[in-house]
Design a binder for this molecule. Structure first.
Ligand SMILES: Cc1ncc(COP(=O)(O)O)c(C=O)c1O
Length: 367
């Protein structure tokens, strides 16, 4: 089976981990040992941001960022439902209400006009997601946020290598949250990081990460333990150096798939523009006018033939039992349509040219 994603770990990562293990310093009480400090510097440079605050998951990055921009109990936060559930969890964990807005069917990302309609007096923040590694439309969202005095927290979990208007993902947000989970374009096993140009937000993120402390045993606010270990950061430092080559290989595989699949008019292929470069975290095609059953049938057949196709996301968050029961139903026609028609294909750096051809031709044979 060609898996949908696979971490690419080499001898360099192994050596970096062994070095940390031998050093005896596996983590740091106040949040940032030498490896974490280096990783934060490297990641901030990569993202073109003033600060990077490393944590132990992307979900922790989202939760702490939502808190750090001031989201509180009783607030509303506007976000897409067509995302991984962690985006919404961050809002609920902060005591706020997730308000789901519909997506643009071409990019699968939050529609700025839908966001505008969802703003109320209680809205505190907007959380766009760079779905599949393609940037949300940040300029109009930033305009709405500025006009209404809202915070903009970008879920860049899938966006290592994504650009918007020539800048790395996250550049237009108050805070951007990245995942370093094993499937992502770069990994630390589990891990996350938040980037920001705002000194106050960065300071709050650092406090939340370590029990609300600036100095030991003197909590200034409610915090938790979201620390990244030295072992994770050592892997991250190596992976970050390799990231450009990983994204280049993903791009090459994506281009090869597009060349094969564009021959069939039943598919809508992923959208990209010069102004918004894809990180190609996932190559997601849509079965135009297809039913959910037809799409599921293709995914099942692909799996039987050794292609690890998957559906991201088969259940939009607003339709999940917990969210429906607690936050009511929402009408999101584009989200619901996309969830029935999309499927993703493997293009990770471990996919060879021959495998990419096999994947493309297998899809064509099933249509
Ligand atoms: C869009 C999105 N948001 C948030 C997360 C959560 O990240 P993590 O799994 O590192 O907690 C992920 C990845 O899993 C994701 O894809």
């Amino acid at each position: 089976m060609i898996p949908i994603n696979l971490p690419k770990i080499g001898e360099e990562e192994v050596q970096a981990v062994v070095k940390v293990l031998r050093s005896g310093m596996l983590t740091s009480g106040l949040g940032a040992g030498p490896q974490v400090t280096e990783f934060e510097k490297n990641f901030a440079d990569f993202a073109g941001a003033k600060h990077a605050v490393a944590v132990n998951t992307g979900t922790a990055a989202l939760h702490s960022a939502v808190l750090a921009v001031g989201v509180k109990q009783g607030d509303e936060v506007i976000l897409p439902s067509f995302t991984f559930v962690a985006t919404a969890e961050a809002v609920v964990l902060a005591g706020a209400k997730p308000v789901f807005a519909d997506i643009d069917p071409q990019t699968y990302n939050l529609s700025p006009s839908a966001v505008e309609k969802a703003v109320t007096k209680k809205t505190k923040a907007i959380m766009p997601v760079d779905l599949y590694g393609f940037s949300a439309d940040m300029k109009p969202l930033k305009e709405i946020a500025a006009k209404r005095g809202l915070a903009l927290v970008e879920d860049a979990a899938q966006a290592h290598g994504t650009t918007y208007s020539g800048k790395p993902a996250g550049a237009f947000a108050d805070a951007a949250c990245w995942s370093l989970y094993a499937s992502k374009n770069m990994t630390t096993g589990e891990g996350g990081v938040t980037t920001t140009n705002n000194d106050q937000i960065a300071e709050t993120l650092r406090m939340i990460r370590t029990h609300g402390e600036k100095a030991k045993y003197s909590s200034l606010m409610l915090g938790t333990n979201y620390r990244m270990s030295e072992i994770q950061a050592a892997i991250g430092n190596v992976q970050l150096q390799k990231l450009p080559s990983f994204v280049a290989k993903r791009r090459q595989n994506a281009q090869q798939l597009t060349k094969i699949l564009e021959k069939n008019s039943k598919l809508v292929l992923p959208y990209e523009s010069k102004d918004r470069l894809h990180s190609w975290y996932l190559y997601t095609a849509k079965l135009k006018d297809g039913t959910e059953e037809e799409r599921n049938h293709i995914v099942e057949k692909l799996k039987k033939k050794g292609v690890g196709a998957e559906v991201y996301y088969i259940n939009p968050v607003h339709q999940m039992p917990f969210y429906r029961e607690n936050f009511g139903s929402a009408k999101l026609p584009e989200t619901e349509k996309a969830s029935k028609q999309v499927f993703s294909l493997p293009i990770h750096p471990g996919v060879t040219e021959e495998q990419a051809r096999f994947i493309g031709e297998t899809v064509l044979s099933l249509l």
